[in-house]
Design a protein around this ligand. Structure first.
Ligand SMILES: [Zn+2]
Ligand SMILES: [Zn+2]
Length: 255
């Protein structure tokens, strides 16, 4: 977890030593921005660096800068101009390097730190590994190869996706008190107090699920579903039991 620094004053500018900077390239000194990129974020968490986010979700610069409101890529030359006018520019040059672009429309992309929902799979890692030991794999090299290695290096599963279509994440949020509730089944949903917005026949997809609300058990406020959908690998992983409506029916088929 991190606190986003809106204020640009009182920031610290420490020098840190890390192993991801090569001495073979450049000066051996790189700038770290914890809000933009996984390596930078981890270094920021590790060394308690200030977390500054001067860019909004449209990729536009925020704050009181003369170039605020510009898309980051369009702001590059304006930032250079400002540094120059303040006598802070040491050197400016073009270099060729790799950069991510949208594969569909060619838009330059930004790495952007965002909050997401996780399943703490690391809490059941031993169980996952011992379960894999009991599976007959075809071809068998997958068992302790690709799949076994993946389990050994398991990290928590980032399960939420910010997309229009997908299985709706079954978490409702109360904006009055901040309470979250995870609804585990249709019958659990129908038991919720002051349930509204549910249309029959029930359709469990978006946008129908977004219209369903109920009363918060903590404060009585209105609970609405969070906007995220679930990683489609969750659907794939649940398919073999979901097709039998397990664990709500057909328990005998899994004994
Ligand atoms: Zn695109
Ligand atoms: Zn509440």
């Amino acid at each position: 977890s991190f606190d986003i620094r809106e204020e640009k004053k009182d920031l610290t500018y420490p020098l840190i030593a890390t192993d991801f900077v090569s001495m073979e390239e450049g000066t051996g000194i790189v700038h770290v921005a914890p809000a933009f990129g996984e390596v930078d974020f981890d270094a920021g968490m590790d060394k308690s660096l200030d977390f500054v986010q001067p860019v909004d979700l449209e990729g536009k610069i925020t704050g009181a800068y003369s170039f605020a409101g510009k898309f980051v890529k369009d702001a590059d030359h304006l930032i250079l101009d400002e540094l120059k006018s303040r006598n802070l520019l040491y050197r400016s040059e073009k270099i060729v390097h790799t950069y991510p672009f949208c594969w569909r429309c060619g838009t330059p992309l930004l790495y952007y730190v965002k909050q997401a929902w996780y399943i703490r799979t690391t809490a059941v890692k031993d169980k996952l590994i011992s379960g894999n030991n009991g599976i007959n794999w075809y071809p068998d090299h997958i068992k302790y190869g690709r799949f076994g290695n993946w389990l050994e290096n398991n990290i928590d599963w980032a399960i939420s996706r910010e997309r229009y279509w997908g299985t709706p994440l079954n978490i409702w949020y109360c904006s009055s008190c901040g309470n979250y509730e995870c609804v585990g089944s249709v019958s659990e949903l129908k038991e919720r107090p002051n349930l509204g917005g549910l249309k029959e026949p029930l359709d469990l997809h978006r946008p129908f699920m977004d219209g369903i609300y109920f009363a918060c058990t903590k404060c009585g406020g209105e609970m609405r579903r969070v906007p995220e959908v679930i990683d489609c690998w969750f659907d794939s992983g649940a398919m073999f039991i979901a097709q039998w409506h397990y664990p709500f029916e057909d328990e005998d088929k899994f004994k």
